[in-house]
Design a protein around this ligand. Sequence first.
Ligand SMILES: Cc1cc2nc3c(=O)[nH]c(=O)nc-3n(C[C@H](O)[C@H](O)[C@H](O)COP(=O)(O)OP(=O)(O)OC[C@H]3O[C@@H](n4cnc5c(N)ncnc54)[C@H](O)[C@@H]3O)c2cc1C
Length: 589
Amino acid sequence: MSSYAAPLRDLRFVLEELLEHRSLRLPEYQELSAELVTAILDEAARLAGEVWAPLNRHGDEQGCRLEEDVVHTPTGFVEAYRAFAEGGWNGIGSDPAHGGQGLPEVVASAVQEMWQAANMALALCPLLTAGAVEALAQHGSEELKSRYLEKLISGEWTGTMNLTEPQAGSDLSTVRTQAMPEGAHYRLSGQKIFITWGEHDCADNIIHLVLARLPDAAEGNRGISLFLVPKFLVDEQGRPGERNDVSCVSLEHKLGIHGSPTCVLSFGEHEGAIGYLVGEPGRGLQHMFTMMNAARHKVGIQGIGVAERAYQQACTYAAERVQGRTPEARGGRPAALNEHYDVRRMLLSMRARLEALRALALLSASEMDRARHAPTVDERQCAQRRVDLYTPVVKAFSTDQAVDITSLGIQVHGGMGYIEETGAAQHLRDARIAPIYEGTNGIQALDLAGRKIHRDGGATLGGVLDEVAACADELTADVELADLGMSLHQGVGDLRRAVAIVLARGDDAERGPDALQALATPLLALTGHVLCAWQMGRAALIAQAALATGNDDAFYQAKLASADFVLRQWLPIGRAQLAAIEADPGVLD
Ligand SMILES: Cc1cc2nc3c(=O)[nH]c(=O)nc-3n(C[C@H](O)[C@H](O)[C@H](O)COP(=O)(O)OP(=O)(O)OC[C@H]3O[C@@H](n4cnc5c(N)ncnc54)[C@H](O)[C@@H]3O)c2cc1C
């Protein structure tokens, strides 16, 4: 069984050195010290490593089972979830007014990576709850908030997102679930599929957020409203009582995340499930997007977490298994796998990409903090535009890379990786869902090309690229890092050219959206490579300066090696996407 130790040193490097704890300088977080953040990370690492991680393999093997309307999660999950909720981890990023701890998103994201790495299937439960909290906090009435928020934030109750129906996946405009008004509430009927943690035995109540249509609703997106449907109806004192008319009719059999119950939920098989309108009628999709953006960021982090777990397992295996000999020049003795340069290359590729993805995801989280709490409106709006730009990249690029990194983890194990006993294959099977849910990566790419780049004339990305170019200048000015700077400049040049193509193609009257769609996924890959390379360029500058002080040499040497790999070997793979971006969309006719 593989163990997991949170990458605390690297997380601290990103928070303290790369981001210079910029969130802690916001007035909102004045009372939070860097020491306290370190203590929080250490404590989370303990729970993740000692309680959640040992259950990961077992959760995969045992899976969930449905018995008479109740879903039983794998043995140990109930206790592990309770330890998490009782430790106050569920609400670390939530509003203190409702019992949360109000920590910066950048800290919550660093901790999030640990849960996802330790046990991705279990971590999905609070991930979905966080989305429900966000949607309710922003759009719910005071009455709904006072009745449900505190218990969701404490983790006593959990939340779900009910969007998907058999005919409504990426295109939610065809949602059919109905909501009939009945006094102060509504009666819902319909079927939702693929609902993560839709039914389980870890909490006393489950609060479903459900997209449905009112009887006189318009066709398409504008006719969809958002409803809160509790599993157990809640009385005046806030206690769960009578069972609502919603039930789990089956569990999906899946490639991975076996410990996460993926449910088919039936609403209103009898008198209709009682639900309460959240926000305005007809604006359900917009309201749901509030929570989906936060969830997309977390799914990106999930990719990083599961890939980190695969990397750690690959390192351990490669250090233990002996195969072949070292070359004569290196002693000619029996060699562990990690002494062979091809294996070392694979491990470096996994580690370097992980560090780059982590840096980008936490940069985006720190922009979320600024978008909420920066002192001026201008600063907040500027930060929000960056969050909007980064979110599809963090979601799609991190999860695509996670699939590749976990696959490389299997390769390091050789045949032992392909058979289930080692557990290496679980990471790939688990990771494979992340590019699909929370908006497929294809949909993220369309969002990036259309809404995030074309719609603002490339202004936000242009501003970021000016900063990337400044970093490239700094690297180029340093004799030892000049090659990295040149490489980064080339990446910036390619991405600027890609933006120009997006702007021209987006206005193509003849082909319309097809012209953008044809280049969207290669564009996202190029953007992800350049943004990650930027962060690793900055990391190289910091590492170079730190090495001059002679402190923690091994860490900074490794960081320089990661940066060198990212900028000189990996970035050119992203740059090769320019050919696909330039290609005439007509080749797809
Ligand atoms: C394990 C699991 C857990 C899930 N959890 C939840 C949950 O908790 N709640 C929930 O509501 N849903 C959940 N889902 C559903 C998930 O969000 C959807 O599967 C996803 O949104 C894709 O929809 P789809 O499966 O219908 O695929 P489709 O929409 O049929 O897409 C198939 C392919 O076509 C592409 N495509 C579709 N439309 C377009 C377009 N307009 N332009 C370009 N390409 C397009 C997609 O990118 C994809 O590659 C879950 C799914 C799984 C498998």
